[in-house]
Write a protein that binds this ligand. Structure first.
Ligand SMILES: [Fe+2]
Ligand SMILES: [Fe+2]
Length: 267
């Protein structure tokens, strides 16, 4: 079955080694079509932290798509932060800040929302929106998925973390027939179809917690297994229970002509 393992916010430099080992084992067992890593690879954008992230990616035995997060921009080195914010990320991880993945069922576009102007916030430009939607334009019949670090919608308390430019981006994603958006940054796990609700259009909004960092908030480490079966998709949270990743909540959505609609929810 086609599957995406959606992992986020490993924050190398603060990783829990037992969780790291278990995650690698879990991912090798699932053998997903794609590992989507939605940013904050490092804690402080240090070279050694990026090299640890690179070693992790090299261990994966599946294709992966990665985008940077705000923690992948130097916080204290102001010169680099303004003039070459993603220099270390580009040196150690990838030069490609608009990565794409395609197979017979999936069309995935990554967007880099990290920048050097604020410590935490993210932004998306009209050029980035155009590049992502253009790459998905010819993918009719496939599941169209966007991967970015900062959320486009989120809980009330997280409104300050929403990416700048979210509104025009969501309108463009709807027009391009995007079905799903994968994000991180908040270190909490949630899934809904609230990314775009407009006259029957639904974009499924999937957020992952931190997959291995000790910087957890309110919940243990987790990641999402996203299982595609024809026009149906199941988003299953895999939660760390102290010794292993185990199944948590899952939700099932059906793809309509334009986007997804939740058909069943099980706790
Ligand atoms: Fe983070
Ligand atoms: Fe972040």
């Amino acid at each position: 079955m086609t599957a995406i393992a959606h992992i986020s916010d490993p924050h190398f430099g603060t990783e829990n080694p037992a969780v790291l080992d278990a995650l690698l084992g879990d991912l090798k067992g699932l053998r997903p079509s794609l590992v989507a890593l939605s940013g904050d690879l490092t804690q402080r954008a240090r070279t050694a932290q990026f090299r640890a992230a690179r070693a992790f990616l090299d261990e994966l035995q599946t294709p992966y798509l990665v985008v940077p997060g705000n923690h992948d921009v130097p916080l204290y080195n102001v010169v680099r932060r303004f003039f070459d914010p993603l220099g270390s990320y580009r040196n150690e991880i990838t030069d490609d800040l608009a990565p794409t993945f395609n197979d017979d069922k999936l069309a995935v576009a990554g967007i880099s929302t990290a920048h050097g102007f604020t410590a935490k916030g993210g932004r998306i430009t009209s050029e980035q929106i155009g590049a992502a939607t253009t790459s998905l334009a010819t993918a009719n019949g496939k599941w169209k998925v966007i991967v970015a670090h900062h959320p486009f919608v989120g809980p009330e308390r997280a409104q300050g973390d929403i990416v700048d430019g979210a509104e025009p981006a969501l309108v463009a994603f709807r027009t391009a027939g995007v079905h799903m958006i994968l994000t991180g940054h908040l270190h909490v796990s949630f899934t809904d179809d609230a990314a775009m609700r407009d006259e029957g259009h639904r974009i499924i909004n999937v957020h992952a917690g931190t997959c291995m960092s000790t910087r957890t908030r309110e919940e243990p480490n987790n990641y999402n297994r996203i299982l595609f079966d024809g026009d149906e998709v199941t988003v299953l949270v895999r939660m760390w229970n102290g010794t292993a990743f185990v199944d948590g909540d899952h939700k099932v959505y059906r793809r309509s002509a334009v986007a997804g609609r939740e058909i069943r929810k099980q706790q």
